[in-house]
Ligand binder design. Sequence first.
Ligand code: NDP
Length: 323
Amino acid sequence: MVKAVRIYKTGGVELLKYENITLDKPKADEILIKQTACGLNFIDIYHRIGLYPIDLPSVLGTEAAGIVEAIGDNITDFKVGDHVAYASGPIGAYCDYRIIESRYLVKLPGNISDEQAAAMMLQGMTAEYLIKRCYKVKSGDVVLLHAAAGGVGSITRQWLKQIGATVIATVGSEEKAEIAKSNGCDHIILYNHEDIAAKVKEFTDGSGVSVVYDSIGKATFEASLNSLKSRGMMVSFGNASGAVDAFSPAILAQKGSLFLTRPSLKDYIATADNLKSSANALFDAVSNGIKVNIGQRYALEDIAAAHTALEARQTIGSTIVIP
Ligand code: NDP
């Protein structure tokens, strides 16, 4: 019997059901994983509340790491006992055993533990595509990064500093400001009570930033556009405060011929080559000093408490869930 967390309808954390499910044997292109750690990501909340619709009932969760327990007949690139992780593919990571197609899996190098992998694969490959492919950040670029003490934020801010960017970071509390500062962010904005665009103008002598990485959505969208320099790039990649309202593209012209993209990780790791190169870039970044901060650990059966903390802005860095 497999332990899993499933929802039957969308809504609050009380709908997360910890229960037994059954698994078949892996098919020809599939692998059975004994999962030792699952990642907790904001997208899990969007799935639970229905912001991103999914078929129901469904086991939730998008990311996990563990050990290969059995392989299908066509599998040649993984073997029983390999440590693997995934951060894409069908939803259903909140469980202790999982069958998944091998094309979603990455083999872990010896210096990355299962817990580290569960904490960083989704958030770290997101950081990779945001700063290397969505907008290729160069040394000397001035960047605005929201929620810099969160999961994606913690990895992204360290990586930006490795590249040599100037990082203006927003955070929601003094405690998070200290963390962002001690990790090398150049300027901090406490965006719950400071004016984001005015502070950015102050830090950049009135010129604005080259790129904004905005995962907050509704609450920060306009301030982010107002923080960009002429022909700057707005990367709107999340909705922690709610989805951005519809708007006219003419606004981008009025604010300085801005660029806007609304990317999703799945499109940046859709091919085997993309997945491999994104994961390898992340592994290299960790080898070069990026720290994966596991700020919280929960047991799988306490998943409701984990969701509550993430939703209430109480988490720092990444969160893992142990089946
Ligand atoms: P985080 O650990 O960053 O948690 C979210 C943070 O957002 C909070 O800690 C909080 O930080 C900030 N926040 C601001 N306003 C709110 C609000 N109203 N409610 C809740 N949080 C708020 O989460 P993740 O690292 O898992 O994800 C970060 C973002 O990146 C999410 O929006 C997620 O959807 C997005 N994402 C997008 C991907 C993509 O490919 N498009 C892939 C991965 C993640 P503070 O207290 O400092 O304000």
